[in-house]
Every structure is written in C-alpha cells, then in structure tokens.
Design a binder for this molecule. Structure first.
Ligand code: ATP
Ligand code: MG
Length: 423
C-alpha cells in the first residue's frame, strides 16, 4: 500500500467538527469591524523578505528564527508572511492609501512562523487584525482596546482575560532608557540567561519580557521605561488611562510589556488569559508611528492589534460548548419512494419560508425508528415524518423532539405556522 501523506507539522486541517466554532468566531469578528466601521484589506501571503526585516526588525525572534524564507525561481528572497501589519503598511504605501488620510482597516488570514508546535502555538496560524492610520491618539488607541473588550463580551470570555498596557515613549526616550537598562543589566550579567546575555547587545528591551525566572527576578527591580518617558508620551499615556477609566475598562500597567516587534512606540497593550498555559496572549497591539516612513512612505501615524484565532477558538470552545455543536433544527424523515420525493420538495419549501432555519433531510433510507434516532442525534428541535400515506394526503407527521408531546398530523400551512415558533 502506498504511504499516506501527512500535513506539515504545526499546520492544521480544520475539520467539519471544528468549522462551526471557527465560523462563529469569524462571524462575531465581522460584526465587530462593521460596527466600528473598519474596511477590509486583503494582501498576498508571500512578500519580499526585506519587508519584514525592515519592519519587524532583524534582531527579533520572528525574523531571526521563525520566518519561512525561500528563494523563488528567479533567486529572489521571499517570505511567508509572519504577521499582517507590515503587509498592510506595504499595501497602503504602494496604493497611496495612507499619506494625509485617515484609514481604519482590518484583515484576517493565515500567518506562518517556524515555532515549536504546542497548544495555542502553530506554524500556520490565523490572525484577525485592525490597523488605523493618520490618527494622533489616544482616542483611537482606546477604540482599539474597546474593540477587543466588545469581542470578549460577544464570546462570553470577558472574565477570563486581563488587559495589560504600557508606554514605550518616543525613539529618543527609548534610546536613553536603553543605556540606563543596559548599565543595570550589566551589573547582573552573570545571573542572566544565555538568550538575555545575547540580547543585551542586540535588543536589550527584549530582556524585559524574558520568560526565564531568574532573569525575571532581576528585571523586576530594573529601572522602568514608564518612569523615563518623554513629556508628550507621558501625557499621551495618562490621557489613555483616563479614557479607559471613563469607559470602565479594567487594566494593569505592566512596565515590562515591550512586545517582540521593533516598530512599536508609545502605547502597547496585550490581552492575556491564564486559561491557555504558556500561550496566554490572545491579542496584542500598539502604536507604530514611525513604521510607514520606515517602509518608504511619508510619515503617518499608525496603531493596531492582532489576535490569534486559534487561541480564541480554544477559549470559546471551552466556554460555549453547547452553542458550538451546530445542531440541526428541523429533521425530515421519509420512508418509501413517493415519500422520499415528497420530503425533498417539502424541505425546499421550508427553506424558502425560513431561510435562517437549519433543515436536514434524511438521506439513505432505513426504517422510521432508525431515522428518528438520527433526528435526535442531529440535535433538531422537531422531526417531520412522511410515509407513503402522508405523501399521498400531504398531511405530515410532526414530532417535537425536545419536549414531551405526541406526534401530530398537520397540513403544509399548519406546518409552516408551527415552524415559525423555532428561534
Ligand atoms: P507569543 O508571545 O505567544 O509568541 P507574539 O508576541 O509572538 O506571541 P504577536 O506577534 O504579537 O505574538 O501576534 C499576535 C497574536 O497572534 C498573539 O497574541 C497570538 O494570539 C497569536 N500568535 C502569535 N504567534 C502564534 C503562533 N505561532 N500560533 C498561534 N497563534 C499565534
Ligand atoms: Mg512569538
């Protein structure tokens, strides 16, 4: 027998048993972006490798170790996109969407990172992200955060996530702070983990979000960037906090929150849960006022976030199991040749009358006992029973499956009236 071919490690199929929860999550996301009036942008999955080197940064995990890079047949270096912000900025610059304009954009689709696969961490994963261009903030920063909060509410997971915020200041404040931080960390050099020792020269801010416990203890006493902000960023941050307070959004200022990508300045934030083990961040974002210019456009402010759909799906699955089963609502059974034809026609009539109802037609025959068992397993509220007599008389059997009641015989008009009660 020929050897079967498997999917690539860390790249998952989404099977019919899982698509209902994905569709549920995607549908709530589409409602969300609609209610904030964001416009969708779709960009290619493959980009020039340089795009990510110049935006995400050379000395970041994504570019250093995680990106899928390959040469195409012309010898050009291409990358599977590891994230969406750089792509949106690239497209915005290329098509003149950004300079001197205000844009509110969103995207959703697959991203690729060569990481060690585990729960909530995959090599192909999906992100929903929003990006706004041409806004000074902090009102738009708050809008980004409110969108997250509204989504958690729609998923019933508000009490499982915590909002953490921080400010990275402007480039000068960060550069000044880097010196202070490096001095402090050098005085504890021997106790740092190997990665952090290396980062001390390549990207010292990243030491702040090291997962190593001993390094974390050193970081806990380090001077804090939030205490060394430039005046404008400090004001931006306090205005942000005031607005969050006014909307009743709870948050924690986390001075170690620096994010793994180079392009952020001022506001950064993460929504974090304790329900997914080490993969706790479900949404992350912040301002990137320098990125558009850095990628060759004219200076334009930017702010955005990205959330991992797989991690959301895991949370939603746990909290909304019942709604996610995607039960049928009407199940139509039929025995005999005439009845089978009648059932097909009746199913279409019901769909015409109620486009929102989930109508499942029993296919493949079998006796009524077997068919009604299937009807029950489908989760349907009601079964319609059509034998040869019913096909002739056009008076159908109706049996409610989730409440105690006898089977009734009704004509088509009565049936349509009855089905209006579902929902
Ligand atoms: P982490 O710290 O978990 O590696 P990150 O900082 O690398 O996350 P971002 O680049 O900010 O993540 O991406 C935004 C969101 O995308 C994350 O909060 C997470 O929900 C999701 N995400 C990132 N990498 C993966 C992955 N490999 N698999 C699944 N989801 C991911
Ligand atoms: Mg990562």
């Amino acid at each position: 027998m020929a050897k079967t071919i498997q999917a690539i490690r860390g790249m998952n199929d989404c099977l019919p048993s899982q698509t209902p929860v994905w569709q549920f999550v995607e549908a709530r996301i589409r409602e969300l972006v609609n209610s904030y009036h964001y416009n969708e942008i779709r960009t290619p999955i493959v980009e020039n490798t340089d795009l990510f080197k110049r935006s995400v940064g050379e000395a970041t995990d994504i570019v250093e170790k995680e990106m899928y890079v390959f040469e195409d047949r012309n010898g050009e270096s291409l990358a599977l996109r590891p994230e969406g912000t750089a792509c949106a900025v690239r497209a915005g610059n290329q098509h003149g969407l950004l300079y001197n304009q205000q844009q509110r954009l969103w995207y959703m689709g697959p991203m690729f990172r060569h990481e060690r696969p585990q729960k909530g961490r995959y090599r192909q994963f999906h992100q929903f992200g929003a990006e706004a261009f041409g806004f000074e903030g902090p009102d738009i920063d708050v809008e980004m955060i409110l969108m997250g909060a509204r989504l958690w509410k729609a998923f019933g997971i508000s009490d499982q996530v915590e909002l953490q915020i921080n400010s990275l200041g402007n480039a000068q404040a960060r550069a000044d702070y880097k010196d202070i931080l490096v001095k402090y960390l050098e005085s504890h050099f021997d106790a740092l983990d190997e990665d952090s020792k290396r980062r001390l020269t390549t990207n010292p801010l990243r030491v702040l979000d090291s997962k190593n416990q001993q390094t974390q203890a050193i970081v806990a006493n380090a001077p804090k960037l939030i205490d060394h902000l430039d005046e404008e960023s400090a004001q931006h941050f306090s205005q942000l906090c005031e607005r969050l307070d006014a909307t009743g959004i709870k948050y924690r200022v986390n001075p170690s929150l620096v994010r793994g990508l180079d392009y952020y300045n001022r506001t950064v934030f993460e929504w974090v849960t304790t329900m997914l083990g080490a993969q706790g961040t479900i949404c992350a974002g912040g301002r990137y006022d320098g990125l558009v210019e850095q990628l060759g456009g004219k200076s334009t402010q930017g702010v955005g976030f990205a959330m991992g759909i797989e991690r959301l799906v895991l949370l939603v699955e746990a909290s909304q199991l019942e709604a996610m089963r995607n039960p049928a609502e009407v199940y139509i059974t039929a025995m005999g040749d005439e009845a089978s034809k009648e059932a097909i026609i009746l199913a279409e009539k019901i769909r015409n009358a109620f486009s929102y109802l989930k109508v499942q037609l029993h296919c493949g025959g079998g006796n009524f006992k077997k068919q009604l068992k299937k009807a029950d397993a489908s989760g349907a509220d009601v079964a319609i029973v059509i034998g040869e007599a019913e096909a002739l008389s056009k008076v159908y059997g109706v049996k409610w499956l989730r409440k105690d009641s006898e089977q009734r015989q009704v004509n088509e008009e009565e049936l349509i009236e009855l089905l209006a009660d579902i929902h």
